[in-house]
Design a protein around this ligand. Structure first.
Ligand SMILES: Nc1ncnc2c1ncn2[C@@H]1O[C@H](COP(=O)(O)OP(=O)(O)O)[C@@H](O)[C@H]1O
Ligand SMILES: [Mg+2]
Length: 196
């Protein structure tokens, strides 16, 4: 499945980022989860919610570390918002973002600015909404989303981690890009490319 491929292809890269400020397993965790999900996904279903739900269940049950439950929750929330849908509108995208961000915050107790995946996802959401409110097409909204996510990943280099394993490093986490923000960017880029 397209959104799994990019994460699996970037396994080494994500793991190297996690080596710098974590325990060198982010790419391994994510690739394991997505490879398992690929094997279990309904092959002929066009129900978006069903695909996302399966992915979320696999990530929660098979992936250790912080990222498995967090991404798993995100996919489960997105699944609920898309249950039975076979196509998505610009408005659906907003709603998905809202439940995904809510789910990650609830599960991880993090806020923006703590050097986590939220530092890619929240600015991406805001840029997406701004483009949507300006009447842009879905393609344009997704482009704006990815631009902002990329800036968010860059921003994580400038801040200290206060959540997750990287927070043990304190100020020494500054200067490194957050692995989870990076995998979120990759996921959003895969969504954009797929929708094109
Ligand atoms: N409380 C949290 N809220 C949101 N994201 C988090 C939180 N804690 C960690 N993360 C994300 O998880 C990533 C690390 O994932 P991973 O290496 O797979 O798990 P672990 O840190 O348990 O080894 C971090 O780069 C960060 O983006
Ligand atoms: Mg790790």
């Amino acid at each position: 499945m397209w959104f799994c491929d990019s994460i699996i292809a970037n396994k080494e890269f994500l793991t190297e980022l996690d080596r710098e400020i974590g325990d060198a397993d982010h790419g391994i965790n994510m690739a394991r989860g997505y490879t398992e999900a690929l094997g279990q996904l309904p092959q002929d279903s066009d129900d978006i919610g069903a695909v996302l739900k399966k992915t979320g269940m696999v990530l929660i049950s098979k992936v250790g570390g912080a990222s498995g439950p967090l991404y798993g929750t995100a996919y489960m929330k997105a699944a609920k918002a898309t249950a039975g849908k076979t196509t998505l509108t610009v408005q659906d995208g907003k709603e998905i973002f809202e439940v995904v961000i809510g789910g990650i915050k609830q599960r991880g107790k993090a806020e923006r600015g703590e050097k986590t995946m939220l530092d890619a996802i929240i600015p991406a959401y805001e840029a997406y909404c701004a483009a949507a409110d300006a009447g842009k097409s879905l393609d344009e909204c997704l482009e704006a989303m990815c631009e902002a996510a990329k800036e968010g990943v860059e921003f994580t280099k400038t801040i200290r981690a206060t959540k997750g394993r990287a927070s043990y490093l304190g100020d020494r986490s500054i200067g490194h890009q957050d692995p989870g923000a990076t995998s979120s960017l990759l996921t959003m880029e895969a969504i954009r490319d797929f929708c094109k």
